[in-house]
Design a protein around this ligand. Structure first.
Ligand code: EPZ
Length: 428
């Protein structure tokens, strides 16, 4: 199994290009199921999650062609053309869905277009149990009959889905996406209250609008979707990855240096930039994105709680903790979105971090220096937090289970090497 080897202590300097957002690209690919015309997506990142979803969609009958897979083009991502001219199967099997929860999103579009679907329950994962009850209750309110049998959701809506008034008890990104897609071609109007307002939801909404959907309220907590008879194909560019952006901001802050992040947007990051600035990290908008610098002066601890957008994202919590491990002073980091997203803590402690956890809050007492160690993580964002720690640490860090990183960070070792980091992938 591949590993990443890092010799820490090098400053990062130069520029890197931020990729298209994984968590926008995945639902956008699923949206191709809503029309018999081709949907073309540009700036799709080269990641295993994307290939796995492509495999699931191909199994449903979507014809997928891909350009820009070469090395040079990889810098700006691939162009995917997805054509669901005829849906040949309405079944998403366990072997594929279990590998990636986002594939559960196919259920809404399949039900809306084909009036039936059989999709494996995704099951839990390392960061928590992650049920799909909100997705299912929403679809039931829209007229679907749902039966759970042998680990599968059997859903049908013989007369088609109809509009409904849905109030989520808490914010769910995936349930908002699933119902927004289904409602686009349901009969009548759907209102989703307490909807998610993440930039990836807005991106999906813009693409659906370009396909002919009638959606109001994008970026707010209330979405109104008036179903239309049919959607058409379109071309859409995936928005930049705010989580990758935040990750590199924190990597530079941890290792020191000055880097321009090209092709990204400050407005996608919600409260992240002000928080890092309050800790003493310099971030400046540029024509091409933003520049982050930490030269000499050390940064201070912060208190932060993960929240739905525009609050601090759970997908950057582990990276922030790695950064704060060497801050001046104490940080309190509370995780409110997932019940088990502190698996990076024991690994950071093996590198010398001083962290205690009580309930959902980690108290991080900044230490002078971390030291390299062999480490491993059980999810994507935790793995990258160990890379950040390794860049700032003295000595050698080996990060095991690299396949987690390949799910969500495009060519991470190449990007960091280009900035002067001593990092390489060790095969085997
Ligand atoms: C999306 O997951 C992201 N994934 C996650 O990124 C991200 O951490 C999460 O949103 C929160 O921002 C993708 O976009 C592909 P939720 P999602 O539904 O949609 C509970 C990464 O590292 N819940 O907003 O699955 C759920 O268990 C990944 O890129 C229910 O209880 O997240 C969680 O505690 C990890 N019932 C909370 O809601 C439901 O029916 C928020 O989950 C649905 C969710």
């Amino acid at each position: 199994m591949d590993r990443i080897q890092i010799r820490g202590g090098r400053r990062l300097n130069g520029e890197i290009r931020i990729s298209g957002a994984k968590n926008a690209a995945l639902p956008l690919m699923v949206a191709s199921l809503l029309t018999d015309e081709p949907l073309t997506l540009a700036c799709v990142p080269h990641l295993t999650d994307i290939s796995q979803l492509a495999e699931i969609l191909a199994g449903l009958g979507v014809e997928i062609t891909m350009n820009g897979n070469g090395h040079a083009e990889a810098a700006i991502g691939r162009v995917l053309k997805l054509h669901a001219k005829t849906i040949t199967s309405t079944e998403a099997p366990y072997e594929l869905v279990r590998k990636m929860r986002a594939s559960f999103l196919v259920i809404g579009p399949l039900l809306a277009r084909c009036h039936k679907a059989k999709v494996s329950l995704p099951g839990g994962c390392a960061i928590g149990t992650r049920p799909v009850d909100l997705h299912l209750k929403g679809l039931e309110a829209m007229g679907a009959q749902i039966e759970l049998k042998e680990g599968y959701v059997y859903a049908s809506a013989p007369g088609g889905l109809h509009g409904a008034h849905i109030l989520f008890p808490f914010v769910s990104v995936g349930a908002t996406e699933n119902l927004m897609m289904a409602a686009s071609i349901a009969k009548g109007t759907t209102i989703i209250e307490n909807a998610a307002s993440e930039p990836e939801i807005i991106d999906l909404g813009h693409c659906l609008q370009a396909m002919g959907a009638k959606i109001e309220g994008l970026g707010t907590r209330t979405l109104t979707i008036e179903g239309v008879e049919r959607l058409k194909g379109t071309s859409h560019t995936v928005l930049p990855d705010r989580i990758e952006t935040g990750t590199y901001l924190m990597a530079v802050a941890a290792a020191g240096g000055e880097v321009e992040l090209v092709g990204t947007r400050a407005d996608l990051l919600g409260g992240v930039i002000p928080l890092l600035e309050s800790a003493g990290v310099h971030i400046q908008a540029t024509n091409r994105g933003m520049r982050v610098a930490r030269n000499g002066v050390h940064f201070t601890g912060v208190d932060v709680t993960t929240e739905p957008y525009p609050g601090f994202p759970t997908d950057l919590q582990a990276q922030l903790m790695a950064l704060m491990a060497t801050a001046n002073g104490v940080s309190h980091i509370s995780e409110t979105i997932f019940e088990n997203r502190f698996m990076h803590v024991p690994e950071l402690m093996r590198m010398g971090a001083d962290i205690t956890i009580e309930h959902q809050t980690a108290t991080v007492r900044g230490v002078e220096r971390l030291h390299g160690a062999p480490v491993m993580a059980t999810d994507l964002r935790a793995s990258v937090s160990l890379i950040i720690a390794g860049l700032a640490a003295e000595g050698e860090t080996i990060v095991n289970r690299v396949y987690h990183l390949d799910r969500g960070f495009e060519r991470i070792e190449e990007k960091l090497s280009a900035l002067g980091a001593d990092i390489k992938r060790v095969k085997g």
